[in-house]
Design a protein around this ligand. Structure first.
Ligand code: ADP
Ligand code: MG
Ligand code: MG
Length: 523
C-alpha cells in the first residue's frame, strides 16, 4: 500500500511535473516498483558519490578500520532516495530547536533539580550514580561554567494515527552524524538532478543541510570565547571508532572553513571588494583526538584551572565518548572525566548538560508544571509540550499495570545512550513482572508511549547492495547553543539527520547497525 510518506510525490503532483519534463517520462510512484535497470544505475552512482565524497564509515570486516583512517572504508549505509516528510511538521521541529536548547541550559543551572530528580535512579544505576557524584562535587565547590556550549540533537517520530510530531529523546552528548548527514542530502539532490527525466522529484524540496559547518561554527566560537589562540579543541574519542569519518568531517571543517557562494555574495554586498580576503577567513582551529585513558595519563590542571593534555592547553572538550558505561574501562577513565570537569575548559557537554539529557530528566520535564519552572513564555511551553509523548516513571502503578497488560504500546528505557538498550513488546511485560517480584531496580527505567510511525517503502544500501524494505523513519534536528557570562551568542536549529530503518526492527541506531542515513523530501 502506498503511504503518504512514500518516497515519491503523490501521483497528482507527479503528473503535474511530468508535463514539465518529457511526455514519455513515467514518474515512479513507489520505489519498490522502480525499473531494475534504473535501480542498478542509481545504486552505482550512489556508491561512486559516497566513495568520492567521503560518505564513508569503517568497514566492520576490516580489523584496522576503527583505528587507522583510510584503511578498510565502506560507504555509509544510506537510503537510495529521500524520504517524504510533511513540511508543517518539519517547520515545527525546526521551530522548537532553540526552545529545547534554552531549556537544557536552564535545567543545567538547577543543580538541585538534577540531583533530586535522579536521586532514586542513583541508587540502582551505578553509571548515572558516578555522573551524579561528579556533578555533586562540582556543586560543592560551587564550580561555575560561564561559557556553555550545547551541540544537541532532538529526535522525533511522526505518529501515524495522530500525525503528531513526537519527541523520542533529546541528545546532549555525542550527537552524531552532523558530518555525514549533510552529504546524504547532497547525494540525494545530486541523484534527483541527474535522473530528473526518469524520477519526477524536485531536488530543491530536499532542505539545505549544513549541520557540519554549524557545529564547527559553534565549536570555533566557543574556542574563541575561551580566548587562548594556542589552545586546541580536544575530541574525546573511543580507542576504536568506525564512525571516525563523521568526526573527521567536523575537525576538517574547524580547520578550514570555506565560504559558500551565498556567503560570498552576501559578503560582497555589505563589504568593499578590498576586504574580500576576510570572506575567506578560516577558523583555523587545531583539534586533537584523545581517549579518556590518554587524558588521564597525559592530562594535568594548572593552578588557574587550565587543562593541559600532552603539553597543549585545551579550550574546548568535545565528547564523542564517555556517554556509555563501556567507555569507562577502569577508574582511570573516571579520573579523566573528573579532571576535565574541574578544569576551566569549555565542556561539550558539561556534566550538568549531560545529566539534563538523560531519559529520567526527559520524563520529569514531561510532568505537569515542570516546564514552567524553567521557561516563562507560555507559547514556548505549549510548543514543547505538544511534542511530548506519554512518559512515566515506574512508580505510577496504573501505567505499570497497563503496560503489563498491553506491553506492545510501551517502550521501557534505562538511562543509556547509543542505541540497543530499550525493551519492547512481550519483553516489557516480562521485565516489569521481574522487577515487581524482585521489589527493586525499577527506578533504573522509565516507560514511554510506543510511537508507531507510518510504514513506507525504501531502498536501503548496505555493503554495495540495494535492499527494498518496508521502513519507518526518525527525524533528528540538530541544535547549537553557546553563551557566555553576559549573553547568548548562538541559539539555533542547525541542520538535520533522517534515519530510516526496517519497520520490523525496534531500534534505530545507524552505528549500531539497525538503520541507514537518509534525507527528507518536503511534501
Ligand atoms: P538512545 O539514546 O539509545 O538512542 P532512544 O530513546 O533514542 O535511545 O531509543 C533508541 C531507538 O529506539 C530510537 O532511535 C527509536 O528507533 C526507538 N524508540 C525509542 N523510543 C521509542 C518510542 N517511544 N516509540 C517507538 N520507538 C522508539
Ligand atoms: Mg540518545
Ligand atoms: Mg536515540
Amino acid at each position: 500500500p502506498k503511504s503518504p510518506f512514500s518516497v515519491f510525490l503523490p501521483l497528482k503532483c507527479a503528473k503535474k511535473m511530468q508535463t514539465q519534463v518529457e511526455d514519455s517520462v513515467k514518474p515512479i510512484v513507489d520505489p519498490h516498483d522502480i525499473d531494475p535497470k534504473l535501480l542498478q544505475k542509481l545504486s552505482y552512482d550512489a556508491l561512486v558519490f559516497c566513495s568520492l565524497r567521503g560518505l564513508v564509515v569503517g568497514d566492520r570486516n576490516s580489523e584496522k578500520s576503527g583505528t587507522v583512517p583510510g584503511v578498510g572504508m565502506v560507504h555509509a549505509p544510506v537510503a537510495l532516495l529521500p524520504m517524504s516528510f510533511p513540511e508543517s511538521q518539519w517547520n515545527q521541529a525546526c521551530e522548537v530547536a532553540p526552545i529545547f536548547n534554552e531549556l537544557v541550559d536552564r535545567v543545567s543551572q538547577d543543580g538541585e533539580f538534577l540531583q533530586q530528580s535522579l536521586s532514586r535512579t542513583k541508587k540502582v544505576d551505578p553509571f548515572t550514580s558516578r555522573l551524579l557524584e561528579i556533578h555533586s562535587k562540582m556543586l560543592k565547590i560551587n564550580k561555575k561554567e560561564e561559557i556553555r556550549l550545547g551541540l544537541h540533537r532532538s529526535d522525533y517520530m511522526l505518529d501515524e494515527q495522530t500525525k503528531l510530531l513526537l519527541q523520542i529523546e533529546l541528545n546532549t552528548i555525542s550527537s552524531s552524524f552532523s558530518g555525514l548527514s549533510c552529504l546524504v542530502s547532497e547525494l540525494h539532490r545530486s541523484l534527483l538532478h541527474q535522473y530528473r527525466e526518469r524520477i519526477a522529484l524536485d531536488p530543491s524540496k530536499i532542505p539545505t543541510n549544513n549541520s557540519v559547518n554549524q557545529f564547527a561554527e559553534a565549536l570555533a566560537k566557543a574556542w574563541n570565547e575561551y580566548g587562548d589562540p594556542r589552545a586546541v579543541v580536544m575530541f574525546v574519542v573511543q580507542a576504536e571508532e568506525r564512525n571516525m569519518y563523521d568526526q573527521h568531517w567536523l575537525s576538517a571543517s574547524l580547520r578550514e572553513k570555506y565560504p559558500t557562494l551565498l556567503h560570498l555574495a552576501w559578503f560582497l554586498l555589505v563589504n568593499s571588494p578590498g576586504n574580500i580576503s576576510l570572506a575567506f577567513n578560516t577558523h583555523q582551529v587545531t583539534t586533537t583526538r584523545k581517549t579518556l585513558a590518554e587524558i588521564d595519563a597525559h592530562g594535568e590542571l594548572l593552578e588557574d584551572g587550565t587543562l593541559v593534555v600532552d603539553g597543549e592547553p585545551v579550550a574546548v572538550i568535545y565528547f564523542r565518548a564517555g556517554y556509555a558505561p563501556c567507555d569507562y574501562h577502569s577508574e582511570s577513565e573516571w579520573r579523566a572525566r573528573l579532571l576535565m570537569e574541574q578544569s576551566r575548559a569549555v565542556k561539550c557537554p558539561s556534566i550538568s548538560y549531560h545529566l539534563a539529557g538523560t531519559k529520567k530528566i526527559q520524563q520529569e520535564l514531561a510532568k505537569p508544571n515542570v516546564l514552567e519552572r524553567f521557561l516563562e513564555n507560555k507559547d514556548d511551553i505549549a510548543k514543547l509540550r505538544k511534542c511530548f509523548a506519554g512518559l512515566w516513571s515506574l512508580d505510577e502503578s496504573n501505567t505499570v499495570k497497563d503496560a503489563i497488560e498491553r506491553p506492545g504500546l510501551y517502550v521501557m528505557k534505562p538511562q543509556r545512550e547509543g542505541g540497543g538498550n530499550n525493551i519492547y513488546g512481550e519483553d516489557v511485560k516480562e521485565a516489569l513482572l521481574k522487577l515487581q517480584k524482585e521489589g527493586t531496580g525499577s527506578d533504573a527505567f522509565i516507560l514511554m508511549q510506543r510511537i508507531f510511525p507510518t510504514i513506507s517503502h525504501s531502498i536501503l544500501m548496505r555493503e554495495g547492495i540495494p535492499h527494498k524494505e518496508q521502513t519507518i523513519s526518525e527525524l533528528g534536528i540538530y541544535g547549537t547553543y553557546l553563551r557566555n557570562k553576559k549573553e547568548i551568542l548562538i541559539n539555533q536549529e542547525s541542520g538535520y539527520l533522517m534515519r530510516t530503518k526496517v519497520s520490523s526492527s525496534n531500534e534505530g541506531g545507524v552505528a549500531a547497525g539497525f538503520a541507514v542515513l537518509d534525507s527528507i523530501y518536503l511534501v
